[in-house]
Design a protein around this ligand. Structure first.
Ligand SMILES: O=C(O)c1ccccc1NCC(=O)[C@H](O)[C@H](O)COP(=O)(O)O
Length: 934
């Protein structure tokens, strides 16, 4: 039966520590399990599942396999795992494992969901990548007898040598390694010596592990090991001995053990202790028999007091409480006389519940008090505070029927006269509370470490759980209890695995209760559960499969969005470049008048249609007519576009909306565009007016992402006194909305600037750059929030130029006249003084709509007689600004060189589009400053 377990209610954020260097590889524990009845299929399923939540299968330092003893042919386990990992492109350095009577494994989906599979075919595979950790695997057999030290020549160095852990050949010897031990059941006789020897050789080291087990016959128990390091690469399966793993370096392990035993009766003192047999060496080191105990009244009273406080509410009346106290006093009166422990046990047993009595008849458990304890006498309260256990519980091996003495297994304990002790019974309900109290205490200690350490303790990366075979459903009445507690207390963890063992190994309180190291010896614990929590010592990033899958999904979505945007942009570019190419027929020069000016015709003349005709007639007419230049084609497209807009909102309605907006104080008002520009150039600076445009018909898209608000903000914070925004959608990919957004961004940037400087800051005004042929367009731009517009003079007749400037003035839009020839400058000169706010000299070649990439067009126009005449009529107060490749065209090897030449030729400033769009974001401010300072 595969049990269902409680699922974690919440998921802690065990994400990769973003503050750490992403180049540092994380510590990873991943796990998978299978309950398939066929060994090879189960191994493949479990490995595949473990690999799914592992980011780097190429770097697996250790694989740990626990497989049910019900599977035949355990010798196939290591070769199958090796093959499965290699097939997935991975590599594993060490493998250890064992057979078991029950297996704990987990699958990771959005969290780690553990299962405990008891006495059924099941196996778990755990894969660990441990950067900066030295991992070594061992097989030990025939362990030297531990005699307490030097007497037989086994000093710490000798033990290290025996264990294969001695330094040498230049290797540094580790002082605090962590040992994982998986002995076979046949190794039990050597185990005590090995555990003591390990602790003797490495007093600061730690040990954890469990004895291999089986579902039924112990003779089927196997342990196995493989190492691709140090040349010993043959997989080995053993029926005896012990496999081990030593970890040292960037790894930290917390261990704790739940004893599952409830104290019963009072607290006693040992008054007589001795050797287990009369003939054994009765020195201090071999006393394993308790001959007499006496009630420790003070300790018992304190214990009862604490317990009473907790039980107070459970007892209904004062009478009940008084009765209980009286009965206890009566019981304990007899215990004040020293007695053999068996006699006291018999007496106590009669006062216990039926279940506890039944247990005590089967097994006698005695807990010996550990030294230097804190004062919390109640066992569960101690554990919940993280103070560790008060008593180390041991099962009595034999009892003297004549003298009532009790004896522990030989060599397992050294009973001191005067030591405190208690009787214990196993109890499922208490065991549950103990597990929860232990984990509560652990979390409390972890919190304390965080606070004391002044920072977060590194999150755990994996947890191993080793209950003994008599726990699980037998003790708790249901399967999966312990592993589900782990997942509740460590909700972000990516690996929970383990097996049901024949006994667990290590220190009772591991690193948890560091206050009692003297009695925290390495020992074998029966009927217990061990929890082993891994983490890195350093601030190594923690791999979280959940975070990794979220990151991967986000990255895939971002990549898809980027690709789609790039495709869209490429299509746009292609469309626009095709459009402008189509406008300008190849190999055919555009018609020009005698003064060299392009002859452009308005579309209606050639289509022969009136504005009210149907769309069918429109398209027929447009196809028949072919533009003779890029500008002409562009104009026709623009006319068509405006006609369509007019069909949605008539000119009359638009005008009245515009009038209403002008009267509405809540609506944006036109700002002086040229004022701040002139102000910026007042001290002789060359004024740079950055231009935002999505696409340029001759240069293509200028930016990967066109976030107009972000761009405007950046330009303003870089010192731009005014901004030009291209709103044309035919060739430049712009929109009216870009004007509105740019205005908002300009206001926001001004507020930010003024907050920073403490001075009031003017929000830089917006010039709408577009091909304007009709007053209709002016109204639209005004409504969108434009402060000024440019008129491409080459596209306009004298009367249109006059008309448009007049309409612009009625709605307070300033006008910039864009000229790319002397003739066009002369047209502007004819306008009344004050009709335009600035003259723009352009490098644009209107026939092809390309730029003069030499920049000579603008330089020569600046020096032209037409410009001199313009200045004479309109005065030097009207700034002359250049546009087209400024910031890109170089003179004397630099963009500043060309700008200097423009300045020397009399230009006041320049509108710069591509020049600012194609440099790195962090260089924009510097470039603008440099150009302004030429
Ligand atoms: O010049 C035009 O005919 C024109 C028509 C419609 C919209 C804008 C127009 N002029 C501005 C530009 O062509 C450029 O965007 C501007 O000169 C900036 O050029 P650059 O610095 O080379 O990106």
């Amino acid at each position: 039966m595969i049990p269902t377990t409680r699922h974690p209610p919440t998921l802690q954020s065990a994400s990769t520590d973003s503050s750490s260097d992403p180049n540092i590889p994380p510590q990873v524990f991943s796990t998978g399990y299978s309950t398939h009845p066929t060994l090879s299929t189960a191994l493949l399923e479990a490995t595949e599942s473990a690999l799914k939540s592992h980011p780097s299968p190429q770097n697996i330092d250790l694989a740990i396999i626990h497989a049910s003893s019900l599977y035949e042919e355990p010798s196939k386990i290591i070769p199958t795992i090796l093959q499965a990992i290699q097939q997935a492109g991975g590599n594993v350095k060490h493998i250890v494992g064992n057979t078991a009577g029950g297996v704990i494994g987990a699958r990771y989906t959005d969290a780690c969901y553990p299962v405990e599979a008891e006495a059924v075919p099941a196996l778990s595979v755990t894969l660990a990548s441990l950067p900066d950790v030295r991992v070594r695997t061992f097989y030990w057999n025939d362990v030297p007898e531990f005699d307490g030290g030097m007497t037989r020549g086994m000093d710490p160095e000798s033990w290290k040598r025996f264990m294969g852990m001695a330094g040498g050949s230049g290797e540094e010897e580790e002082e605090d390694p962590v040992f994982m031990i998986i002995p076979s059941p046949a190794f039990q006789n050597d185990l005590d010596d090995l555990l003591r020897g390990l602790q003797y050789a490495f007093p600061n080291g730690q040990t954890f592990g469990g004895i291999a087990s089986t579902v039924s016959s112990l003779s089927r128990a196997r342990i196995f090991a493989y190492s691709a390091v140090d040349g010993s690469s043959a997989p080995a399966v053993y029926g005896n001995g012990c496999v081990g793993v030593a970890f040292s370096g960037d790894i930290r392990v917390d261990t704790m053990i739940a004893q599952g035993a409830k104290p019963v009766g009072g607290v006693y003192r040992v008054v007589a202790a001795g050797a287990s047999t009369p003939n054994s060496v009765a020195d201090e080191g071999s006393r394993s028999t308790i001959s007499a105990i006496v009630l420790d009244e003070a300790a018992t009273a304190l214990e009862e007091e604490t317990n009473e406080e907790e039980e107070e509410d459970e007892l209904e009346s004062l009478d009940e409480k008084a009765l209980k106290r009286a009965k206890m006093a009566q019981d304990y009166a007899k215990a004040r006389i020293p007695k053999p422990p068996l006699a006291e046990a018999n007496f106590l047993m009669r006062r216990l519940s039926d279940d506890d009595q039944a247990f005590m008849r089967r097994a006698l458990l005695i807990g010996l008090e550990r030294g230097n304890l804190n004062r919390t006498p109640n066992e569960l309260a101690r554990l919940a505070k993280g103070e560790g256990h008060r008593f180390t519980v041991r099962q009595v091996a034999s009892a003297g029927m004549k003298d009532g003495s009790v004896t522990f297994p030989l060599g397992s304990v050294n009973v001191e006269v005067g030591a405190r002790c208690r009787f214990f019974v196993r109890d499922g309900d208490f065991a549950k509370k103990e597990v929860e109290a232990l984990w509560t205490g652990y979390k409390k200690k972890e919190l304390e470490r965080t606070v004391m350490g002044g920072g977060e303790v590194n999150p755990p990366t994996g947890c191993f759980v080793y209950p003994t075979l008599d726990r699980g459903s037998k003790l708790f009445g249901k399967t999966g209890f312990e592993s589900s507690v782990v997942s509740e207390f460590l909700p972000g963890i990516s690996c929970i695995s383990g097996f049901f063992a024949n006994g667990v190994l290590g220190q009772l309180d591991g690193t948890i209760a560091g206050n009692i190291p003297s009695s925290n010896e390495n020992m074998l614990h029966g009927s217990s559960s061990q929890y082993v929590i891994f983490r890195s010592k350093s601030k190594r990033p923690i791999y979280s499969p959940l975070q990794a899958s979220i990151d991967a999904a986000n990255a895939a979505a971002a990549k898809a969005a980027k690709e789609a945007a790039e495709l869209e942009l490429a299509a746009e570019n292609e469309k626009r470049s095709r459009m402008s190419k189509n406008f300008a027929p190849e190999n055919e020069a555009a018609p020009r008048s005698s003064d060299g000016e392009l002859i452009v015709r308005r579309r209606e003349i050639h289509s022969g249609r009136s504005l009210s005709v149907s769309t069918v007639e429109w398209s027929v007419a447009e196809k028949m007519a072919r533009p003779t230049s890029a500008l002409e084609g562009y104009m026709w497209e623009k006319e068509t576009q405006v006609d369509r807009q007019r069909e949605r909102i008539s000119l009359a309605l638009l005008m009245s909306q515009c009038k209403a907006a002008m009267a509405d104080p809540t609506k944006p008002k036109p700002r002086d565009w040229v004022g701040p520009v002139k102000q910026a150039g007042a001290d002789g600076k060359f004024v740079i007016i950055p231009e935002c445009k999505r696409i340029d018909p001759s240069a293509g898209s200028l930016r990967k992402r066109y976030d107009i608000q972000k761009i405007v903000k950046q330009l303003i914070l870089s010192g731009a006194p005014a901004i030009s925004v291209n709103s044309d959608s035919v060739l430049f990919g712009g929109s009216l909305d870009d004007i509105t957004k740019a205005r908002e961004a300009s206001n926001a940037a001004a507020v930010e600037k003024s907050l920073e400087s403490g001075d009031g800051a003017v929000s830089p005004p917006i010039l709408a750059s577009d091909l304007l042929l009709y007053p209709y367009q002016l109204y639209k731009l005004r409504m969108a929030g434009a402060d000024a517009v440019n008129l491409v003079v080459g596209a306009l007749e004298n009367k249109d130029l006059l008309y448009l400037t007049k309409i612009a003035s009625t709605i307070s839009l300033q006008v910039l006249a864009v000229c790319s020839s002397e003739k066009q400058i002369s047209m502007v000169t004819k306008l009344g003084s004050g009709s335009i706010s600035a003259l723009v000299i352009s490098n644009r070649e209107l026939e092809t709509f390309d730029f003069d990439s030499t920049g000579k067009q603008a330089l020569s126009l600046l020096k032209s007689e037409a410009l001199a005449a313009f200045r004479e009529k309109h005065g030097s107060d009207v700034p002359v600004i250049v546009e087209g490749r400024v910031g890109i065209i170089e003179d004397n090897g630099s963009s500043s060189g060309y700008i200097k030449a423009l300045k020397q030729a009399g230009a006041f400033g320049a509108i710069v589009g591509g020049g600012v769009a194609t440099i790195n974001d962090d260089e924009v401010a510097e470039s603008i400053t440099n150009w302004m300072a030429v």
